[in-house]
Design a protein around this ligand. Sequence first.
Ligand SMILES: Nc1nc2c(ncn2[C@@H]2O[C@H](COP(=O)(O)OP(=O)(O)OP(=O)(O)O)[C@@H](O)[C@H]2O)c(=O)[nH]1
Ligand SMILES: [Mg+2]
Length: 681
Amino acid sequence: MATQATGFRPEQIRNLVLLGHAGSGKTTLAEAILHRCGAITRMGSVEAHTTTADYEPEAHAHGVSTASTLLFATSDGCELNMIDTPGSPELVGHALVALPAVELALVVVNAAAGIELGTRRLFHAAREAGLACLVVVNKIDLAPANLPQLVRDLRESLGRELHCINLPCKGGTDVIDCFDEAAGDADFGSVAEEHRAMLESAIEIDDAALERYLAGEAIDLATLRADLVEAMNRGHVVPIVFTAAKSEVGIDDLVHVLVNEAPSPVTARPRRLVRDGEIVEVACDPEAPLLGHVFKIATDPYLGKLAMIRLLQGKLDSKTPFVYGDEKRAHDAGHVLKIEGRDHPSMDSVAYAGDIVAVAKLDNLRVDTIIHAPGTPDSLAPIRPRYPHAMSALAIEPKSKGDEVKMLSAVQRLCEEDPTLACAHDPETHELVLSGLGELHLRVALEKLENRFRIAAVARRPRVAFRETITQRAEGHYRLKKQTGGAGQFAEVFLRIEPLPRGSGFEFASEVFGGAIPTQFIPACEKGVLDALAAGQLGGYPVEDVRVVVHDGKSHAVDSKDIAFRSAAKLAFRDAFARARPMLLEPIVTLDITTPEAHVGDVTADLKTRRGRVLGVDTLTSGTAAIHAQIPLAELRDYSGALRGLTSGAGAFVTEPSHYDFVPPAVQRRLTSDHATPGTD
Ligand SMILES: Nc1nc2c(ncn2[C@@H]2O[C@H](COP(=O)(O)OP(=O)(O)OP(=O)(O)O)[C@@H](O)[C@H]2O)c(=O)[nH]1
Ligand SMILES: [Mg+2]
């Protein structure tokens, strides 16, 4: 690798994340920047699996980025720290973790495809995280004729404050700067006009400069640059640049913009953290005590756990002591690393506030750990981005028996790396359930288990956690009598069961008079009822929303024991349950779908076939609709694939658990035969 891992002062650092819809060209753009900056000697390609960012086997298998990757390059005395992220909506967790680490988002748009769902969504996520944004219109070689309309669409869709900081020229084989320059020939638009519009928007935030400008004075470049950076920080201006990453068109100009016109950790807004519920702003000061935010965890085959840290304040080298969490013992970094895809050169000097570095082998570091100098307050916490909820799930087990513990720790490691991936043991179904944002997300997780941890897992659809309940009052009775030579068993229980409102759970009462069942056996009766509730008779699912009243019985002075009453109560409950018109309950989730407006009819018609109930449809700007619905969880299986099919790949959805509801009898038979009962396979 050509790049030296040297510590740069904060004002020389530019931290950026590449965001954008799948396939817009982020990984190729990052590769082109590395190449033009001399960090790599040959430019790799996504097709040949030779890019620096997409180095993992899962990325090669799917032809898309499957994790966020750190990269760095230097240009003109500046360090560019870049984070390439996956554009697939199911892998968005990897993109969101990167936001707190940087000042600037490059929102990459595919010129041939126009504005896509991911463009809008990620642009807004970056703005919400307080980042300055730069729109990169990439693949200009593919659709030169579309560009003027695309610029109009971008302004319409993302905001009027979008200004071209350069324009394509020489038939899309080059770009011409419109910021430093005020004249020249572009393929479309006017360099002079873009220059004027950018200048007037940028100085709007600077009263003194605006006054001078209105009085006819020229604005010097240094003032204009400082004003542009501040205008970008405030979201007042979003520059647009044009590139054809694959043929490295516009890359030098983009790097020039990053070095000269983009915020550094010093000129960006101060970082925001939380202390005791209050927002605290942290200015990037390398002379202050050390403060760093672990924003990402990764696993390296040789070094093990790698914690990626955004240094917020102070300096870090291999000997700098720091503490974190409840641990009062000071650690040191061992080696401070820079990350370049799969490589991690050690830094040959101190790392300053504002830089992004990594440390290895500190197993207790987690995403969102704050490291700090010993003796400084430890109550700071980061503001977490809003992550979408997991909605697809797989029940997994290792192919080789005996690998259970190894698999669990590997899965936990994967979940640490990706906040949208979760794993939990389901006590009702006794399955280890891995949940994520969709099929691709879960498939990639299973591939990582195999490629990285050498664990082959078998996965199947997890069972839906049905419940059972009753719909009418019923009486139950059981008389237990066993006399087999020695000590006998005797208990007789009469009870009544009644339905309770949804969500009430279970109530137990005794109305036994005159000691028909001696008081000391009543707790045994309740235990017996609880045994029966654990597995109902419809499908073995837990029974809920029922009140049980034991009201009569008989005992025997010698043969009545706890165990006898426990069994008798359980069987009396079952006797009553069968007569109380039992029904199956199923989990219902709320479902929020976004889709291009043209597909709303198809999507809602499909929801009806899945027993979904549409609660409302809102039309958003630029032809996107949001559908709000409720639907049984059992009907959502394979939904991400179905929605993709219905919306030409543009639809996306999120779910949230809502409540339990009755399963219609006609459906009950199908569902219980589809989903094996717990404990069987
Ligand atoms: N013609 C042309 N093709 C490009 C350009 N940039 C990227 N591509 C191609 O577009 C495809 C997608 O590029 P990637 O760099 O993988 O896109 P990405 O945004 O990283 O995709 P995800 O990681 O899936 O989100 C690849 O086949 C690239 O070779 C470009 O400027 N022009
Ligand atoms: Mg990529």
